[in-house]
Structures are given as structure tokens and as C-alpha cells.
Design a protein around this ligand. Structure first.
Ligand SMILES: [Fe+2]
Ligand SMILES: [Fe+2]
Length: 250
């Protein structure tokens, strides 16, 4: 289970790689691009900043480098804790980091546009076509409206994305203008994805300050997110658990 065949293939690429002038190169001449490469890449930085500027202007929560980095880290952690090989979790981090760059073009269909934008960036960096396809698929499937996890990497990116509910995402400077998304995010003082590999459980632990939002409001706005996260956890062979203020809801 856990897509062992696909993992093995990626592992082989790692095993036969060697350190070149521009990072690790596979026997096929492709480069093992990592999230660190992207964090230094001017084009990626510009696109993420543009994506966040657009979202901020539209009144959305933060969708820039902070969200990108966090989603990538969570995706990597989930895969690492579940025992996936190094290259698989590195690709989870890459896909997580790039998943929202499509917002630089438009909020609508940003998963699709972001996937194609990522292709351009990763091809330029000489990532192999097979790895590009995995990353593009994960980015293209992260939206609630039309996304489904069909690979471990896409499942991990969905989990990272849907778990990022936090006070630090609120960009609206005026609390009196907060909408329900701002209030629920502001109320979330802590959010943490805990993987229990033995029990096959992935838990989203939230601490919500009910002065700013009632727990029911979280469910009101995030029902589709929770459904998507559950599907992603089940794809990884795990049960999804939601724990809010120490009470288990799912
Ligand atoms: Fe998104
Ligand atoms: Fe996102």
C-alpha cells in the first residue's frame, strides 16, 4: 500500500543521483529540485508576492510566502512520518510551496493556472518530466471545488493547505471590518497537524478563542475543507481526526 511502486521509482532516482555544480543531478541528467531552490528563486518569490497582493486586495487571508512555506512543511512532515521516501516528501514540500501561485493570475481556477505556472518554473530548473507531473497534479487538485487526492503528494498538499487556519493569516487591519473568515482565522490561536503513524491517524488540532468565533462557525465555513481533508487522509490509509479545544469532533 501507500503507493510503494511509485515511491520506489522516485527512490531509485535519488540513489543514482550525484552532487553536481547546480545541486543533485540524477543519472538522466535532471536536477532534484528542492523547496530551498524555490525559496531562492526570484520568479517564484515574485509570483508568490503577486498572489498574496491580489488576495489581500480582494480581502482574503494571507496566501503568500508564509502560507506557501507552511503548507510545504506540513506536506513534507505528513509524508515523512508515514514512512515515505525522501524524494517523495521533498516533492510534497515543493508542491506545497507552489500550490497557490496561480492566485497571481486570478482566484478562479488558481489550481489549474498555478499548476501550469509551476511547470514553467520547474522545467527551467531542470526537474524531470515525471516529477513535474507529480507536482503539477498536486497543485491542480488542491481546491475544494474540483480537487481529489490521487497521489500521496497531492493528499499531503491538501492536508497542509486545509490545516492552515490561523490568526497570523488575517490581513484585514481593522477588526471591526472582519468577515466570518477573518474572525474564524483570528480565533485560531494554534493549529497543528499531528500524525500518529502506528494508529494510522492524522489529527488536526485547533485551539479556537471563542471570544472571536464560535466553534460552530468553523464548521459553517470549513465543511468542504474538512470533507476534502478526510478524503486526503483516507487516501494515505489514515483516519482523519478533528480536535478543537481538546474536544474530538471527527
Ligand atoms: Fe489555493
Ligand atoms: Fe492554499
Amino acid at each position: 500500500m501507500l503507493n510503494e511502486t511509485a515511491n520506489k521509482k522516485i527512490s531509485n532516482a535519488v540513489e543514482t543521483s550525484q552532487e553536481g555544480e547546480n545541486g543533485r543531478i540524477t543519472s538522466n541528467g535532471y536536477r532534484l529540485v528542492t523547496v530551498e531552490d524555490l525559496k531562492r528563486d526570484a520568479e517564484t518569490i515574485a509570483m508568490l508576492q503577486a498572489a498574496n497582493a491580489t488576495m489581500k486586495a480582494l480581502g482574503y487571508t494571507e496566501h503568500g510566502q508564509r502560507h506557501a512555506g507552511l503548507v510545504g512543511n506540513i506536506a513534507q512532515n505528513v509524508l515523512e512520518h508515514l514512512g515515505y521516501d525522501q524524494r517523495t516528501y521533498q516533492l510534497g514540500n515543493v508542491a506545497g510551496y507552489l500550490h497557490d501561485i496561480g492566485n497571481a493570475i486570478h482566484r478562479q481556477n488558481h489550481a489549474l493556472s498555478g499548476s501550469l505556472m509551476a511547470w514553467g518554473i520547474l522545467k527551467r530548473m531542470n526537474m524531470s518530466p515525471q516529477e513535474c507531473a507529480l507536482v503539477m497534479n498536486a497543485i491542480g487538485n488542491h481546491e475544494e471545488e474540483r480537487g481529489t487526492a490521487t497521489t500521496a503528494i497531492s493528499a499531503a498538499v491538501i492536508i497542509g493547505d486545509k490545516a492552515d487556519v490561523h490568526r497570523s493569516r488575517v490581513q484585514n487591519p481593522r477588526m471591526e471590518d472582519f468577515d466570518i473568515h477573518d474572525r474564524v482565522n483570528y480565533a485560531a490561536k494554534r493549529s497543528f497537524v499531528r500524525v500518529h503513524p502506528e494508529e494510522k491517524i492524522i489529527a488536526l488540532e485547533l485551539e479556537i478563542d471563542t471570544y472571536y468565533a464560535a466553534v460552530i462557525e468553523y464548521f459553517e465555513i470549513f465543511l468542504s475543507r474538512m470533507t476534502m481533508m478526510r478524503q486526503a487522509c483516507e487516501f494515505l490509509g489514515c483516519k482523519y481526526q478533528l480536535i478543537i479545544n481538546d474536544t474530538q469532533f471527527a
